[in-house]
Design a protein around this ligand. Sequence first.
Ligand code: PG9
Length: 617
Amino acid sequence: MKNLKFLFLPFLIFFVHSSVLSQATEDFEVKEHYNKMEVDIPMRDGIKLHTTIYSPKDTSKEYPILMQRTPYSSRPYGEDQFRSKIGPNELLMKQGNIIVYQDVRGRWMSEGKYDNMRAYIPNKKGNEVDEASDTYDTIEWLINNLDNNNGKVGTWGISYPGFYATYSLLSEHPALKAASPQASIGDFFFDDFHHNGAYLLSYWRATSVFGYQKEKPVDTAWYSFPDLGTEDQYQFFLDAGPLSNLDKYYKEDNEFWQQLKEHPNYDEFWRSRGIVQHLKNIKPAVMIVGGLFDAEDLYGPFAIYKSIEENSDNYNSIVFGPWSHGDWARESGRQAVGNVYFGDSISSHFQKDYETEFFNHFLKGNVEAKPELAEAHMYDTGLRTWNNYSEWPPKNTRTRTFYLGDDQKLTSQASDNKEEFISDPEKPVSYNDEIKMVFTPREYMTGDQRFAARRPDVLVFETEVLEEDLKIVGPIEAILKVATTGSAADWVVKVIDVYPHDAENYEETMPHLKMSNYHMMVRSEVMRGRFRNGFDKPEAFEPNKKTEVNIKLQGINHTFKKGHKLQVQIQSTWFPLIDLNPQTYVDNIFKAEKSDFKKQTHTVYGDSALKFSVLEE
Ligand code: PG9
């Protein structure tokens, strides 16, 4: 079998989080300790799913099965092609587990038709299939056909594989004892391709990977990425203009691009594909993992944990670290997101003290006793320390509400202040101070926001210098009171930690980077204003009418330290992270014409409220 790795490398860097192998892993030769085999497992409808299985050579013991189902290739390559890293982490690899990767239906070497975020069918009839039945049939085959398995199965995966790990909980197979969905997609209307209905234009190139169907099992990529002729993502999309101008870069059989264009609202197409709504009466133990600066899947992990917590009484835990998408899977010591450095060996701590402990307990250990793990192990991204909570978000909090006062001040009393700005789709606010052509956005979530603060179309409000630490935990609620001269608008809220001018620099390895007066983005979110009364009920704004727009920003665990300031920025473009809003109401922005895009004057009123949960120690 020809060596196919080079075909996947650029793609795999994005999706199968290439591990920066520590020296120890390279010393641990997978080939010396594991046998590899590849099987095509028949599902109940006859379709066969390609499955790669690594079994420990030591057959004197029994082992649990750790499985990842993936759309990013089980890495066939043949019996002699071993992954350099297998399993969730190096320790679990060294301890010995049976490790399984499977191409999901319709991807790579598996038969069948792929369906993005395939909808779960609660009461399947006859040979009806979904990812839950494929998981059940696969586990049933593995348990009954693999030597030396101990009859217990765990699932794990990051991002889309995390979605399939979440989905595995719906298989209801009795052998499934533990699942760790990590950076799991929860719903494509709030993760990855959209945020609160705004289309993530910065994800546009990824549509290639999920848009084309393969004809038969293949072990080489069957899709291509359009050549855009530039690495300047901002200029490319600005010059491209309305979204319909992008059609020419995709062949007409890019099914997902058609679906994105035909479903601009949260209709049955998207709703049926969300996994969160189905997570009830879950039995296996669950460890949800996420990155507090995950630009791709931040909604999913929080929503999945919350849904299980509210509808099941299983062991359900959550770990959020100072990570971007999937950082915790790497084994390198230094942890930074963009310009902000958090420390060393943070991922190794998670892998050793949480991930390994979780799987060993529920797949090998004494499951009657609870594991010695915190239910919510959350990193404080201001103090740079871990916190353990008995629940997430913690209940011992008080609400602190800020309003938008005069002189750019956050005030504790609603003010009759109002601020106006001109929002011009021809000169949108960029989402980062350096926009390069990316496959998906990753580092902007801790980006310095001074470039935006100095624009006339970004409103800035901030506290006085804090005289004591202010610890904010959990989601943030923005209840905006706004108006526009147009009939459509997006509203973006950013919460920022303003460092003092004499801030220390966190490490000498990046001497060019100074934290003095750094405006660190801690959390951000957009609301496409048409969805203010429901994601399935788009409504135009009445021009010049004061209107309420509520935006929920995902959870944080951040101490704004004494000497810092808490700042809020409000804007109406965020380009090209999200697509441009024409600012005149059209039914479907994917079909807007150039003439629909108009400069408008937006107003934000001082009785807009920002509600934070302050931890009471
Ligand atoms: N959730 C991530 C993703 C999905 C679809 C497109 C681009 C990225 C991921 O699986 O990495």
